[in-house]
Structures are given as C-alpha cells and as structure tokens.
Design a protein around this ligand. Structure first.
Ligand SMILES: O=C(O)[C@@H](O)[C@@H](O)[C@H](O)C(=O)CO
Length: 423
C-alpha cells in the first residue's frame, strides 16, 4: 500500500465528484481539473463498477493502484475517495474490500420490479407481499421540513412495496456484508444506494421509504442515487425540462436533509453540464456526481488527434459492436445517428459526429450528439480487442500530456458548472 492509498478515506457529506477511469491513465487530468475548484469538491479517483471491470478485464487492485500511484506522483496530499461501484453480490463486495475501497455503492436494481409503475390497483394488490415496514407509513401524511408533503395512501405504499420491497431487503443484507468485510480488514466504509438504473423515476414517497428503511437498518448511508425525472443517458447532456428537474431535485434534497442527512448522487453524471448548477443549488452542496465513460471518450479524442487511421478503425469497430454492447446502458443512439467513417472525409467532421467539439457547444450546455453513445458503450470491446487494444493504449501512452490537457479542459467545464450552483 502506498502512502497516498492510505488517504482513500471516507469523504462523508463533503461534495464529491467521481472520476471513473477505465484506462488507468486519466488521474493526472482529473486532478488538474479538480485543483481548479480550490478544494470545495473532493475527488473520488479510484472508481469502477463490477460491470466496467468485467468489460475491460481489469481487477479492483489495478484500479486502486493506478489512481493512488498517480496521486503520489503528483504529490497530492488532500483527502480523496474510492468508489466500489454498482455492487450486486457479496462476492462483488469482498473483491472491492480486498482492494481497500472505502465507499461502496449498492445497486439493487435487479431486485426492483421495473414494471410496478404501470400496474393497475388490482395488479398491485395481487402482487403485494407484506413487508415488515408497511404499517409505519400506511395512511400517514408526512410534511418534510422545507420540502414536500408526502401522502402515504394505501396504493402508494403497496406499490412501493411491490416495486422496492425486495430491493430494500437486498440492500440491507449487502450493507451487512460490507460492514463485516470492512471491519475484518480494519477499514473505513460508507455506503451509497443507487436505484437510478430503473425505468421509471423514483417518486418522493418511494425515496422516503427506501432511505428511511436503510437508515433504520443502521447502515452508514452517506449517499443515495434516485432515478431522477427526465433522461440521464450515457455520454450526452441532460434531456428534459430543467425547471421541472430543479423542483424535483429540491424535494428529493429536502428528504435527504430530513432523514439523513445524506448526499444526493447523480449517476451517469458525465456531460450533464446543463443540470449541474441546479443540482448543486437544490442540494445546497450536499451532492455526489459520478462520471466514467466520458474519460474514455476523451481518450478517443487523443487518438483522433494523433492517429487518424486508428480513430477511424475504432469508429468502424464500435459501430459493429454497438447493438450488442449497449445492453445495460441507457442510450438512444442508433447506427443511423452518425455516418460510417468512410463516408466522412474530414477528420474534424468525423470528430464532430462522434465526439463533438467544445468550441461549438453553447455556454452552460453539454454535448448532445448521439454518435458519442456509439463510442461510449463499446469501450470494453475496443480495449480488449487483440489488435485495437494494444494500438489504443500505445497511442495514449505516447501522448500523456495531450490526454491530461484534454481532461483538464473537459472536467474543468464540468466542475465550473457545479461550482456555479454552489456560489
Ligand atoms: O459504466 C458503469 O458501469 C459505471 O461507470 C456507471 O454506470 C457509473 O455508475 C456512472 O454512473 C458513471 O457515470
């Protein structure tokens, strides 16, 4: 264990930003951007989901070592965090705890009944299985201080039980595994629950019940990621009405403040520039933002700048893989969203179609081109391909300064937008 590694600690309720790095070489650029916030936002530099590691063929220890060594090399001596992301099983927990991750994100989405919002009252009744907590809410109306009034009528509570009953139970069980795994190793631990990867937004009543139950179970809950209104797709800016979102965020934040406090967490946070000020404002700085795929996309910009042929080959390969690899990711791009590379003569135009140019994006907005999603979902296939993978890493390693410069600029824009909502 390196000195800096020992500083991957609990960050508690401090505003935090997750810099998922699927390649192991992004930390210098992430750090350069973070330094511009003047220490107001803490960095989570070692962050990886089980799904990402499966796709890239990496191990938790490699993720932790890449981040901590880069931080040591940069002489970074401030607190930083690590995120064992999207954990679904006790085995996932053990792997990440062994690599000394401290922030554990439980993802119970497999236990969520994704169709529950569409059930009729009769269907809810038919599927309802008594949960030990139902009587705590049934028939009550709760006024959240500074926030919404939540009416827990019978249908609302029973629908929540159908939708999230098993997910709550699973989360409580996994939290106990996390606690034991951390204690066995004399390590810190803190917990996030993410229910963002569901089809329908998390209602305020559902948020209340989920968080209240997890807190009653005495887990060290520091962060919760509801499924917010609108669309949080991978690789592009927020899609939806920002005023509606801000009102909803304020209501969710009031619940988090009242029951916790805990942070509201934004998954698929990459490129959501237009909503960051509202997110920071509504949460009054009690937030966590999680990004990952965008650092891979910016690595492809390095490839485009230094090896046009390789970039073109990656575009073609990614188009072949997209329909398979997009499984489990929330995206809307189709192969028609961007042209095949051999139909685009200029590299600048090809980059515009698949990555976009910051110089062409209006201030306060993020990228919107669906072509980015074709490259976003196919990262694992590219980096593990026997031909493209080595060429990709060789080009990236040959141009570390370009990557750092691009990430500094890219995340500088993210963090400035968040910061705007803090002041
Ligand atoms: O791809 C993954 O598995 C993760 O990077 C993400 O889902 C992560 O949780 C995230 O939201 C990053 O934007």
């Amino acid at each position: 264990m390196t000195d800096s590694n020992s500083k991957a600690i609990n960050l508690g309720l401090a505003p935090s930003f997750g810099f998922g790095d699927r390649l192991g070489s992004a930390t210098p650029g992430h750090l350069a951007a973070l330094k511009r916030t003047g220490g107001h936002i803490r960095g989570i530099f070692a962050q990886q989901s089980i799904r990402e590691m499966a796709r890239t063929d990496r191990q938790p220890d490699q993720v932790m070592t890449a981040a901590s060594e880069a931080l040591v090399a940069a002489g970074f001596d401030e607190p930083w965090g690590s995120d064992a992301d999207h954990l679904k099983t006790p085995e996932d927990v053990e792997r990440m705890a062994e690599a000394k991750f401290t922030f554990f994100t439980i993802d119970p989405s497999d236990q969520v009944d994704q169709k529950a919002d569409n059930y009729s009252a009769e269907e809810v009744e038919a599927k309802y299985e008594a949960q030990p907590w139902v009587d705590q809410y049934l028939g009550k109306t709760i006024q959240v201080p500074g926030g919404p009034e939540i009416v827990f009528d019978e249908l609302t509570v029973k629908r929540a039980a159908v939708k999230y009953g098993k997910a709550i139970q699973h989360s409580v069980e996994l939290a106990a595994v996390i606690k034991a795994a951390a204690e066995k190793r004399s390590q810190d631990h803190e917990i996030e629950i993410s229910v963002d990867e569901t089809d329908q937004p998390t209602t305020l009543a559902e948020h209340y019940i989920i968080a209240d139950q997890l807190i009653q179970a005495k887990m060290n809950l520091v962060s919760l990621a509801p499924r917010f209104v609108g669309e949080m797709e991978k690789g592009v800016d927020y899609i939806g009405d920002l005023d509606v979102l801000e009102k909803s965020l304020a209501d969710h934040a009031a619940i988090a403040e009242h029951l916790g406090p805990y942070k509201l967490s934004l998954h698929s946070g990459s490129d959501k520039i237009s909503m960051y000020p509202a997110f920071a404002r509504a949460t009054k700085g009690r937030f966590h933002v999680k990004t990952a795929g965008t650092s891979y996309l910016e690595a492809l910009r390095v490839i485009a700048r230094h090896d046009e042929r390789l970039f073109r080959d990656i575009v073609t390969f990614s188009r072949d893989r997209y329909d398979t690899d997009k499984a489990t990711y929330h995206v809307h791009a189709t192969l028609d969203s961007a042209p095949p590379e051999d139909q685009v003569e200029s590299l600048e135009e090809l980059e515009r179609e698949y990555l976009e140019h910051w110089s062409e994006v209006p201030a306060g907005k993020g990228f919107t081109k669906a072509g980015r999603q074709i490259l976003h979902c196919t990262f694992g296939s590219v980096v593990t391909d026997p031909k493209l993978g080595p060429a990709f890493f060789a080009c990236l390693e040959a141009h570390p300064d370009t990557y750092t410069e691009i990430l500094d600029d890219h995340f500088g824009r993210h963090l400035e937008a968040l910061h705007a909502g803090l002041s």
